[in-house]
Design a binder for this molecule. Sequence first.
Ligand SMILES: *[C@@H]1O[C@H](CO)[C@@H](O)[C@H](O)[C@H]1NC(C)=O
Length: 214
Amino acid sequence: MGTYNIILGFLLSFSLSVATDHSPLQDFCVADPESRVLLNGLACKDPKTVKANDFSFGGLHLAANTSNPIGSSVTPVTVSQLPGLNTLGISLVRIDYAPSGINPPHTHPRASEILTILEGCLEVGFVTSSPENRHITKVLQKGDVFVFPIGLVHYQRNVGTGNAVAIAALSSQNPGVVIIASAVFGSRPSIGSEILVKALQVDQGVVNYLQSIF
Ligand SMILES: *[C@@H]1O[C@H](CO)[C@@H](O)[C@H](O)[C@H]1NC(C)=O
């Protein structure tokens, strides 16, 4: 019985440890943008040609333009911007929010996210999976930290009087993002409106309107 539990524990910890970006098998694998090799991740540059700038990104002190319908802007620092992140399982983003701006409900298919408020005041939340669909929400001040578990739908809203700024770290070099409204109403080609009418229990006109916006 004891042996069985040890084996089960080992199998569980193994399956958890491979549930996110894989551990590197070498010091680094700086992404080679020229490579035509298709693999899970990006091919490595020749380590001899790697430079300090491959591990660096500049400009995250700069506020992004939030003059858009949602009043927020995300500046990513993933493997696409910082090739040295390839195979390392981490990345980060800066998020700027205008007063009343939101980062709309979205998920990251490959990463948990830990967000810290540098300026302002944010209402944040996520929703657990069905059937509970429990909404976990909190108002955060400068210096507060909040975690969004991998895969769950989450959002932020600026509830302060001025601009807000957050930095969020993500547990993938390429966390991905699924913005709920864009995925459901803005896919190309569209999801059949008869599907959305039944799924959302609304009139055809509402679906047509939402599909025209997204
Ligand atoms: C911010 O973006 C808006 C909308 O695209 C644009 O009209 C405006 O000029 C931009 N502001 C700055 C400072 O770049």
